[in-house]
Design a protein around this ligand. Structure first.
Ligand code: ATP
Length: 512
């Protein structure tokens, strides 16, 4: 799987999807730039989210709030005091780690041993093998599972109680060594605040200190009444936003999975107090459907939070099976009235809703859906990346790398290719088709190299359709339409090209 992940990151760079930021200066850790095709793909992901959340819901409206906010925002939200991760340094390698991730890593190693035992038994017993029974009766597996459960429980308690000493004790008891130096020479565990700060204007010192927002949600909360009044929405209703967020992650690794500057797509749904549980279930169901329109059930799962954040009364992650395992892709949180009430208290301004049916004022409860756009990009990329052996033009086996994006998300929808580059009658006709098509979809015109090579280049950037203009086109006004996945070629009329490509790449297929 490591190998697959390396191939995907390599492909992203080679084909203009994602580059390391400031690469000529050896890059800036955990910061990435999206290239020609990457930015198109990312925009399509955002469009899919925005349309399905805002356009398809009469009771959800969108905003675009500033990244800088009044510093009191982050006091009220709890981020100044509690947006911390526990960090620990290895004194020999000078490398910094998240204490909880070191413990989780040790548990993953035990889990890997369990999986190995299960696979061995599966081979030994053949068809008669019952995995559930084996896991619940085999002594060695039961001991290992108990070990994992107890350690995770202890870690979660320590995190909840901010007991840094116990996290350190656990790391020592488990005999965890630094992956870099192999030594167990650790510092104490300390809390580390993840917010980036900067100075506003010419004011020096703490008076001018402001933060880069660590989540987009607060821009929605502080605007709650502005938006509700101007959009004349009645509860229940939602406010959506897509925008940058910044976190000074202690360990930023795994490519665009964990970045220090990233983009979130968040929606806060305001509901009557007491109805939050019902809405939480509804949003869980709605959001998993959104993912399933793109990805198979087996690559997705829910994971309930063991440790609830200070603002939540229920929380679940939608996890996706990345090449390095199941990890959080989206969070759904029942945030109670924590944020609105805190802002109300600290600002002294009422953030209440007058319910015309109940004839009373109240602070609404909130159910949030929050997904990282970059993590979604990585999920889409990991699912699309395929290596295949296919027949070439002469019928011999050849290897191809193809990105099997859903056509609605593909950066380029159609490539227009004249069969030969030096035949003006072909290139003129191809230009004519291209000029018509470009008014409707992102398309690509290319003359260079033989047609087989050009098809492969389009496969590698995930273009779902190629249209080839050949000598028959000049006779009967037809072209070949080549399908990326099946590689089938069909003859269609030039007059149909726009409509067929538009229909095949239409995003409404995903909403259905
Ligand atoms: P994690 O546990 O992985 O640090 P989180 O629980 O802190 O994530 P949330 O605060 O719930 O994340 O943020 C919502 C979403 O934002 C996440 O589901 C994820 O998709 C995205 N996200 C959070 N942190 C990052 C990051 N450093 N880089 C990229 N995306 C991120």
């Amino acid at each position: 799987m490591d190998d697959l992940f390396k191939k995907i990151t390599g492909h992203c760079k080679e084909y203009g999807f994602v580059y390391q930021s400031s690469e000529i200066y050896d890059g800036l850790a955990a910061t990435y730039d999206y290239g020609v095709y990457g930015s198109l793909l990312k925009n399509n992901i955002k469009e899919y989210w925005w349309k399905s959340m805002v356009q398809m819901h009469e009771n959800i409206v969108g905003i675009d709030a500033a990244i800088f906010m009044h510093p009191k925002t982050w006091k009220a939200s709890g981020h100044v005091d509690a947006f911390n991760d526990p960090m620990i340094d290895n004194k020999d390698s000078k490398k910094r780690y998240r204490a909880d991730q070191l413990i989780e890593g040790a548990m993953e190693k035990i889990e890997a041993k369990i999986i190995k035992d299960v696979e061995k038994a599966r081979k030994r017993f053949g068809d008669a093998f019952d995995e559930n029974e084996f896991r619940s009766t085999n002594g060695r597996i039961l001991d290992r599972q108990k070990n994992i459960d107890e350690n995770l429980k202890r870690m979660n308690n320590a995190l909840r109680n901010e007991d840094m000493d116990d996290l350190k004790a656990q790391i020592e008891e488990l005999g965890i060594a630094c992956p870099e130096s192999g030594s167990k020479n650790w510092t104490e565990v300390r809390q580390f605040n993840l917010m980036f700060s900067t100075q506003l204007g010419a004011v020096a010192g703490d008076d001018g200190k402001i933060y880069l927002r660590p989540e987009t949600a607060q821009g929605i909360f502080v605007n709650f009444l502005n938006v509700q009044k101007t959009s004349r929405q009645k509860i229940p209703f939602g406010i959506a936003q897509i925008g940058k967020a910044f976190r000074n992650e202690i360990v930023a690794r795994q490519f665009i999975f964990r970045m220090r500057e990233f983009e979130q797509m968040e929606m806060q749904f305001f509901v009557k107090p007491g109805t939050q549980k019902e809405w939480y279930e509804k949003w869980k169901e709605t959001r998993i459907k959104w993912h399933k329109a793109l990805h198979p059930d087996s690559s997705l799962r829910f994971h309930d939070h063991d440790n609830l954040a200070h603002y939540a009364d229920a929380a679940v992650d939608i996890e996706f099976q990345f090449p390095f395992g199941f990890r959080e892709l989206e969070g759904i949180h029942s945030r109670t009235d924590f944020d609105l009430s805190s802002h109300q208290d600290l600002s002294g301004k009422k953030l209440q809703y007058f319910d015309p049916e109940e004839k009373e004022n109240y602070v609404p409860y909130v159910v949030e859906t929050s997904i990282g756009c970059d993590r979604m990009f990585l999920a889409v990329m990991s699912h699309a990346y395929t290596e295949e052996t296919v027949p070439d033009a002469k019928g011999n086996d050849s290897e191809r790398v193809v990105l099997k994006f859903h056509p609605a998300l593909a950066p380029i929808k159609c490539a227009v290719l004249p069969l030969l580059k030096n035949k003006e009658e072909l290139t003129d006709k191809a230009r004519e088709v291209f000029n018509k098509l470009k008014m409707h979809v992102n398309c690509y015109y290319e003359e260079k190299d033989n047609i087989g090579k050009r098809y492969r280049r389009q496969d590698a950037i995930g273009t779902p359709y190629c249209v080839t203009i050949d000598f028959d086109t000049l006779e009967d006004n037809t072209v070949t339409l080549r399908d990326r996945d099946t590689m089938e070629q069909t003859r269609i009329s030039v007059d149909e090209v726009v409509e067929i490509v538009k229909k095949k790449c239409d995003m409404t297929q995903l909403f259905a």
